[in-house]
Design a protein around this ligand. Structure first.
Ligand code: SF4
Ligand code: SF4
Length: 377
């Protein structure tokens, strides 16, 4: 089963962890935790020690591109919090871009779970963790996706704080902080880290090097954290009123604005590839060239922005118009995902703002729908 971790920064009673001398907080019978402190000089050695819990993954520079990948050494990791994150989100480690689902022959089929391994994913930002929690709603609800579930269950998440980019919307999306979905979370306050422990596995990790962690977080330390939050909150430049967007989407169904964006859209699908909550995929069977009864089933990311996405038998395409495809995407992000799961399908990462070559993104679209005016050229 997937770990469902509840942590909170609320005040709480404290009880002793059976394995550790650190305090676990408890409120209304639910385990919460308190915050620990770590000096930056211990970070690399501590992260190296996590190898015991699985293969290490995190953001690394590969051929000049920042991407999530496996690392042999933590010195490879790029954990700086200065306004950048991998363009392809961490979803690729839970719902891979392409993989073999199963092998088949004349006798039957055999699921292929060979990609599942114990992993520790380091350096995941709060909005990304919220993105994974959104994917959980999709892939772990009945019927459970066994590939996603296997990868999720075997992955520890070590979150890291970050600094907003120009395109960040996470504050208005409420995803700039995270209260669950991680095993450990490191808040970088430069002089020291505040470390939230989000699961029993997180406690086991801390237990490996208890000597690195200080239990007593002083009033001054908390004050520094509050100042950091206040300073960071002033950096955000973009804002969307996500609460009003479902009604606006409903009212804008026949808006001319969709036609304006459709004329510009290239149907390239980049927005869907980089969006942490997009999860569409295609499935195809590949037969052996020498034996047509054997082969494998492949699963590959797909995009509702592609023209053939809604092509069905008989040649009918029920979303052949770009305007309809754009409307579908934004309706899903800003209205229907929230109706189904209680939270918007946008986690405010800003990737669509950064990536769309013709400036169609969650900001320009929502601003146009709210104002009734198309963006100025
Ligand atoms: S909205 Fe932009 S990124 Fe998305 S398919 Fe159209 S052109 Fe490509
Ligand atoms: S819609 Fe844009 S800002 Fe929102 S989660 Fe997707 S890529 Fe990020």
């Amino acid at each position: 089963m997937i770990r469902i971790n509840r942590v909170s920064r609320e005040k709480a009673l404290t009880v002793r962890s059976p394995k550790s001398s650190f305090h676990i907080a408890k409120l209304n019978g639910v385990s919460y935790m308190r915050i620990l402190k770590m000096q930056p000089k211990f970070l690399d050695v501590f992260l190296e020690s996590l190898e015991k819990f699985g293969a290490l993954y995190g953001p690394v520079q590969r051929d000049g591109v920042l991407k999530y990948d496996r690392v042999e050494n933590v010195s490879e990791l790029d954990l700086s919090d200065d306004q950048h994150h991998p363009m392809i989100p961490v979803k690729k480690l839970f719902n891979p871009k392409q993989f073999t689902m199963l092998h088949f022959n004349e006798k039957g089929f055999y699921p292929d779970y060979s990609m599942i391994e114990k992993r520790v994913i380091i350096g995941v930002h709060p909005c990304e963790i919220n993105g994974v929690l959104r994917l959980d709603e999709i892939f772990l609800n009945d019927p459970i996706d066994p590939y996603y579930a296997g990868l999720r269950e075997n992955s520890a998440i070590i979150g890291f704080s970050c600094w907003p980019k120009e395109s960040s919307l996470c504050r208005s999306a409420g995803t700039d902080i995270v209260d669950e979905g991680f095993d450990l979370f490191f808040m970088n306050l430069e002089e020291f880290y505040l470390v939230w422990v989000g699961s029993s596995l997180g406690y086991d990790m801390i237990h490996e090097r208890e000597d690195f962690f200080e239990q007593d977080v002083s009033h001054e330390d908390i004050q520094k954290y509050i100042e950091w939050r206040e300073k960071r909150n002033k950096v955000f430049k973009l804002d969307i009123d996500f609460g009003s967007m479902p009604d606006i989407m409903e009212l804008s169904h026949n808006s001319e604005i969709w036609k304006y964006f459709a004329e510009k859209c290239l149907s390239c699908g980049q927005c869907t590839m980089v969006c942490p909550t997009c999860n569409c995929y295609n499935v195809s069977d590949v037969f052996d060239v020498t034996n047509e009864t054997t082969g494998r089933r492949e699963r590959t990311w797909d995009s509702c922005m592609f023209v053939d996405y809604s092509l069905v038998a008989g040649g009918h395409n029920f979303r052949g118009d770009r305007a309809d495809r754009l409307k579908l995407w934004y309706t899903h992000k800003l209205k229907s995902f929230g109706s189904e799961y209680g939270r918007p399908g946008c986690i405010g990462c800003g990737r669509c703002v950064d990536t769309c070559p013709v400036d169609i993104n969650v900001v320009t679209v929502s601003q146009a729908l709210v104002s009734g005016e198309v963006p100025k050229q």
